[in-house]
Design a protein around this ligand. Structure first.
Ligand code: F6R
Ligand code: MG
Ligand code: MG
Length: 384
């Protein structure tokens, strides 16, 4: 690999952090990404950095999801950057097919690129800002879960003083934050200010399948957090895998401290996803090495890559959950997983009917409705 180029010192220029991810094939099954795919992505992004398109990049994975973490000067929704990510996923898909990986090209829902990866399968979280003197960021990436998985931890980071003491004792955080919430089914975005609209916010984000926190801003309008909000099932109109979201959180100096941003994950909250994207299960914070969902294709995982930005250069990552202080969360997660697994195909382990709408349920119902009525003393079954 060529040596990293020294970045031009342009700290005052806006920098964009783009995290674009896709599941382009699993190794083995849906449990991890193949090392050759990671190496290929690294090579392709390295070339883009050497050509000056990217300032810097880091390639990682959580389970079967390939995450491209990129910094550049082209702003959010840049056609060039989205095209680059798309091309990396397409090349990766070719290799995945050669290796006969499972579900090769799973998230590549369009045949060709058309301007922006959003709506085409891959997930994307982006933010543009002027780098502070020290700019710590954490990139969180989840596997076997849906975008709403970030609602509870984001709420706790930016609105809950029992998690983030900075909201109480740091004057620069005391006014709270603005939450931008995406209505997944309705399509519109709603802005709510905390603490004053906290209860309104909770009505919405307490339903993570329907409302997803998209961005969080300071009172001055600075972006503080950004998440990916795509729902693959809705894009494809049928079940094609869970969305496995990513998010970026800026930390310190008027924003949650790194420890406050990690603290919500000490509680393994329930998320939808897990086996066949159709179950509730606890989210386990792990090191990257342990982000290999295996038991019942899970439980859902989250990794946290910490970086300091240096004129856009990604200094890091530090593998933030590779720490014994998260051992109890992992143990609790296993206990909860064990308990809820005993429900087998019953709710509340299996998702409710509404969320199964995008799985096999319509086909099952159609099949049952198509059955010839058969006579029973209690009435008919099949044609209702
Ligand atoms: C969930 C997931 C897996 C698969 C399951 C069946 O997000 O990726 O749990 O749904 O392994 O996979 P297929 O249908 O590929 O056999
Ligand atoms: Mg997969
Ligand atoms: Mg996945």
């Amino acid at each position: 690999m060529p040596a990293k180029k020294k970045p031009a010192p342009r700290k005052h220029d806006a920098i964009t952090v783009s995290v674009i991810k896709a599941d382009i094939g699993g190794y083995v099954g849906h449990s991890a990404s193949h090392p050759d795919i990671l190496a290929l992505a690294d090579e392709l992004l390295g070339r883009a950095r050497d050509e000056g398109l990217l300032v810097d990049y880091h390639v990682t994975n959580v389970g079967d999801d390939l995450d491209l973490i990129m910094t550049h000067r082209h702003g959010n929704n840049s056609r060039k950057i989205h095209r680059l990510a798309w091309d990396v996923f397409m090349e990766g898909t070719k290799l995945a097919r050669e290796l006969c990986l499972h579900g090769a090209g799973q998230d590549m829902l369009a045949d060709s690129f058309s301007g922006n990866v959003k709506g085409m399968g891959p997930g994307c979280a982006e933010m543009t800002f002027v780098e502070r003197k020290a700019e710590p960021i954490i990139v969180f990436a989840g596997d076997k879960c849906a975008p709403g998985a970030w609602n509870l931890p984001l709420y706790r980071m930016f609105a809950d003083p029992f998690n983030t003491i900075g909201l109480v004792i740091d004057p620069s955080m005391h006014d709270g934050f603005i939450f931008e919430v995406h209505d997944v089914h309705g399509g519109q975005d709603i802005k709510l200010a905390c603490p004053e609209q906290m209860y309104d916010l909770l009505v919405l984000i307490g339903s993570p399948e329907n409302y997803v926190i998209k961005n969080i801003y300071t009172r001055k309008g600075e972006v503080a957090a950004a998440s990916s909000t795509q729902k693959l099932a809705l894009i494809a109109g049928r079940y094609v895998g869970k969305d496995d979201p990513v998010m970026i959180v800026r930390c310190q100096s008027g924003l949650p401290a790194v420890g406050e941003a990690l603290e919500p994950f000490a509680f393994p909250h329930m998320v939808s996803g897990w086996m066949r994207g159709s179950h509730y299960g606890p989210m386990m914070p792990t090191s990257r090495a342990q982000a290999t969902p295996s038991r019942f294709d899970g439980p859902p995982r989250v990794i946290a890559c910490g970086f300091q930005l240096a004129c856009g250069r990604l200094v890091g990552p530090r593998d933030m959950f590779d720490d014994p202080s998260f051992d109890l969360a992992r143990q609790k997660c296993n206990e909860v997983a064990d308990y809820i697994r005993r429900h087998g195909p019953f709710e509340p382990h299996r998702l409710g009917l509404h969320d199964m709408e995008y799985t096999t349920l319509p086909q099952v119902l159609a099949k049952l409705k198509g059955l010839k009525p058969h006579k029973r003393s209690s009435g008919t079954w099949g044609r209702v």
